[in-house]
Design a protein around this ligand. Structure first.
Ligand SMILES: Nc1ncnc2c1ncn2[C@@H]1O[C@H](COP(=O)(O)OP(=O)(O)OP(=O)(O)O)[C@@H](O)[C@H]1O
Ligand SMILES: [Mg+2]
Length: 253
């Protein structure tokens, strides 16, 4: 298996506080890695670190087979790893939707015509063709989220870094997103608070807590009703008794 990303003992501080404290993790080809953790745990910081938007104070980061340190190294990483920002307003900055979706391909060297055609084709694939000529900043929250996803996928990235991709989506679009992502062979890191989504999509999960990553489990419990459950722990454990009592459950369920 080829390793796409490898973080080794990475530490990142913000505002004088250690957000990531010696984090080590790898992403291999074909993996869909779920990252869970409480609000403020550092999940977005971790994603931003992967593409060099946050600088590590110590530790090392390897991406696509090379050690990455300086801005130039990370420019290459950003061309290969599609990052869906947690906030679509950080992602979208062009006047119209089609310009926003064409921006990535243009940046990667496509001609205006090619990029425009690719943008419209990608929007159509998401059944968003009707939004192509709309003014981006006047879209609804869910529409912005979907257009952001189209913008990321239009770049045909080798890795997808998705920061809360289902935020603001209705049931129909949620299901469509799930189907699209599940059909992609692309490796992904998925940050989400939505356990059902992760349970369907992720091949592995990690929990970020107190600046550190630990293996987590995604599985279902059956009791009076069925619910999905993620928490830190060893893969061999089992629950007899009250699953609500699990101490490290990031959702506290
Ligand atoms: N620019 C900044 N300067 C200082 N601290 C920051 C900055 N941005 C974020 N932080 C802090 O870093 C910590 C981690 O933030 P981060 O956005 O990575 O959390 P998160 O796990 O993604 O949370 P959420 O689930 O709410 O999105 C938080 O305590 C946050 O307040
Ligand atoms: Mg976040």
């Amino acid at each position: 298996m080829s390793v796409l990303f490898a973080l080794d003992a990475v530490t990142v501080s913000r505002g004088g506080r250690r957000i990531l404290d010696g984090v080590s993790v790898t992403l291999e080809a074909g993996e869909r890695l779920a990252v869970v953790g409480a609000n403020g745990a550092g999940k977005t910081t971790l994603m931003r670190t992967l593409i060099g938007l946050e600088q590590a104070q110590s530790g090392s980061l390897t991406a696509f087979g090379k050690a990455r340190r300086c801005e130039r190294d990370f420019r290459e990483v950003r061309a290969k790893a599609g990052y869906l920002f947690q906030d679509p307003d950080d992602q979208l900055f062009c006047p119209t939707v089609v310009d926003d979706v064409a921006f990535g391909p243009l940046n990667l060297g496509a001609s205006q015509r090619e990029a425009g055609a690719l943008a419209r084709a990608t929007l159509a694939r998401f059944e968003l063709g009707h939004l192509a000529d709309r003014i981006t900043h006047r879209l609804s929250g869910g529409e912005k989220r979907l257009v952001s996803l189209a913008a990321v996928l239009a770049m045909a990235p080798e890795v997808l870094l998705l920061d809360e991709p289902t935020n603001a989506l209705d049931e129909v679009h949620h299901a469509r997103l799930l189907a699209i992502l599940a059909a992609l062979p692309t490796a992904m890191v998925i940050v989400s608070h939505e356990r059902a989504f992760l349970q369907r999509l992720a091949t592995r999960a990690v929990l970020l807590k107190d600046g550190r990553l630990q293996a987590a489990l995604i599985h279902e419990h059956q009791h009076t009703h069925e619910h999905l459950h993620i928490h830190a722990g060893d893969p061999g454990h089992s629950h007899h008794g009250d699953p609500f009592a699990v101490p490290d459950d990031p959702w506290g369920s």
